[in-house]
Design a protein around this ligand. Structure first.
Ligand code: PLP
Length: 284
């Protein structure tokens, strides 16, 4: 396998970042994950716009132009012969003697781009049975809208979920509202039939899949309410699901061991999932 790091394409065994990279020392880095389908990218403009926004919110210089980055991404996909899978890219503020103070703006950011094959259909198969989620207090910081690699709360929440037999964790804030999943946005189909998901603010990541699922729902004439919802409302919901670039639309059939709706994947989640790739932007 080949990875792009520090300006070159290298085999994994020869690829490395500096021991004093700020991504390693301070989690001073951001990332993106894009779905690869038929060798092309799904929703690249939205992912690249969010990458640019994450960089700008943290005042990390862009490692290269968007068109150059697209070129690198496609090279990594091609050199690894990935047809279906994901691209992962990370940009850190670069390397320098460990210091909380930001380095000079001339410090070159570190860019890593890798691509991985994932068998087409794995998510569709999982969507046939759906997944369970476990709720956990949202102990993350107040800027969850920035896609940083500071993921320890999500790592621990997912581990807690896994030990309880669930595949995803749903964060619940101090007011009792579900904010989002550890690595996904959270949705329910309320008893009135509307899609409900947390509004965009500093408490959730503005999911690219979330945005495209909204486009799909609008096209299908499905009503969307961007508002908070509680765990109690989830228990009374008709359906629940999560969205992310790797899962697309994944039905949630249990929360903390209790069945949601009839305990089976719901029709709306299925409809949104089936329509998704017809609406998402594809760049070959
Ligand atoms: N929320 C969080 C915390 C995430 O980590 C992710 C994806 O990794 C998402 C939401 C979903 O975002 P996207 O649809 O852009 O993959």
């Amino acid at each position: 396998r080949i990875v792009y790091v520090n300006g070159g394409y290298r085999p994994y065994a020869q690829a490395a970042v500096h021991v004093e990279d700020r991504g390693f020392q301070f989690a001073d880095a951001i990332y993106e994950v894009i779905e690869v389908r038929n060798g092309g990218l799904v929703d690249a403009p939205r992912h690249l716009a969010r990458l640019a926004r994450s960089l700008s919110e943290l005042a990390i210089p862009a490692p290269m132009s968007e068109s150059a980055l697209r070129h690198v991404i496609h090279q990594v996909i091609r050199r690894n012969r990935v047809r279906d899978g994901i691209v992962y890219m990370q940009v850190s503020r670069g390397a320098g003697p460990r210091d909380f103070a930001l380095p000079s703006p001339e410090t070159p950011p570190t860019l890593v781009v890798l691509a991985r094959t994932q068998r087409r259909g794995w998510a569709a198969e999982l969507a046939e049975t759906g997944i369970s989620v476990k709720t956990t207090p949202d102990n993350r910081w107040a800027r969850c809208d920035i896609k940083t690699v500071m993921l320890l709360p999500a790592v621990l929440a997912k581990d807690e979920a896994r030990r309880a037999g669930a595949r995803e964790a749903w964060f619940v804030d101090a007011a009792g509202n579900v904010t989002e999943g550890a690595s996904s946005n959270a949705w329910i189909v309320a008893s009135n039939g509307s899609l409900v998901t947390h509004p965009l603010d500093h408490h959730i990541l503005p999911g690219v899949t979330r945005a495209t699922v909204m486009d799909v729902a609008k096209g299908e004439g499905i009503k969307i309410e961007q508002r908070t919802f509680t765990r109690e409302e989830v228990l009374k919901a008709r359906e629940a699901f999560v969205t992310s670039a790797t899962n697309i639309v994944m039905p949630v059939v249990k929360i903390d061991g209790a069945a949601i709706g009839d305990g089976r994947p719901g029709p709306l989640a299925r409809q949104l999932r089936l329509r998704f790739h017809q609406v998402a932007e594809f760049s070959a």
